[in-house]
Design a protein around this ligand. Sequence first.
Ligand code: SF4
Length: 271
Amino acid sequence: MTDQPIRHILSLSGGKDSAALAIYMRDRVLDMEYIFHDTDKELPETYDYLSRLEAVLGKRITKTTADQSFDHWLTVFGGMIPSNHRRWCTKMLKLKPFEKYVGESPVINYVAIRADEKREGYISHKPNITTVYPFRDDGLVKADILRILEESGIGLPRYTEWGRTRSGCFFCFYQQKIEWVRLKEKYPDKFEEAKTYEYATNKGEGDPFYWCGDEPLVELERPERMEEIKQKWLEREEKRKKNGKKRKLINILGDGDEDEGDTGGCLICQL
Ligand code: SF4
C-alpha cells in the first residue's frame, strides 16, 4: 500500500463532454489537475474553447505536448497516415504523454462518458491509474451536459458553428465526408495540409490509403462532388425528420453521436 498522496487528473479533449465534466468537478475536487494533450494539429476553436474554459475554472490547463511531433511518428510508422486500424496517433500523441504526465504515483483519472452512451476507447491501464466516470455514476445524460455548459456561459465549442461535430486533429479520420467538405470551406489551408499527407502516404507502391476510407481528398474536393455530399447529407436529414427523429438545433450542431454516419472516435481525443 502506498502512502503517496492521490492525484486527481482530468484530461480535456477540446470537446463539450470533458469541458462539462471539468465544470461539474470544479467545486467537488479542489485539487483537480486539468490537462490537454496537444497534437499540434488541433483546430483554432479548440484552443479558444480551452482558454475560455480556463476562465470558467479559474485554473490553468496544462498542455502535455508529446516529445516528438506527428511528423516524427509518421516517419517512424512508415509514412502511413493513421486510421481506425492503425491508430498510432492516439497512442503516441495522447496516451503516452498522459502516462508520462501521470508518472508512477496513484492517480484518479476522470472520464466524461455519460449515462446515456456506451463508448469504448483508448484509456490507460497502468496499475497506478484508477478511472472513474462521474457522469455515468451520477446518471447525467446529454441534456444535463448541455445545461452545465449553458449555465456556465461557455456553451459549445465554436467549431460546431460551422458544422464540425468533434474535437481532435483537423484531419481526424473519424470525420464524416460532410465534415471534410466543411473543413475545405472553412479552413482550405488545413484541407490542403491533409491532402499533402494523403498524397505522401500514397507515393510508393501498395494499396492506396485515404483519410476518409474509400475516396481521396483530391476527388472529394471537386465542386460537383462537394455539392453531391452536401445534397446527400440534406436528404438524410430530411429522411430522419420524416422518421420522427427530428433533432434540436443544438444537437445537430453539437454532437457526433446523433449525426449521420457517426463512426465512433476515441475517448481521449473526442469526449
Ligand atoms: S483526433 Fe483523430 S487523428 Fe488526432 S490523435 Fe485522435 S484519433 Fe488520431
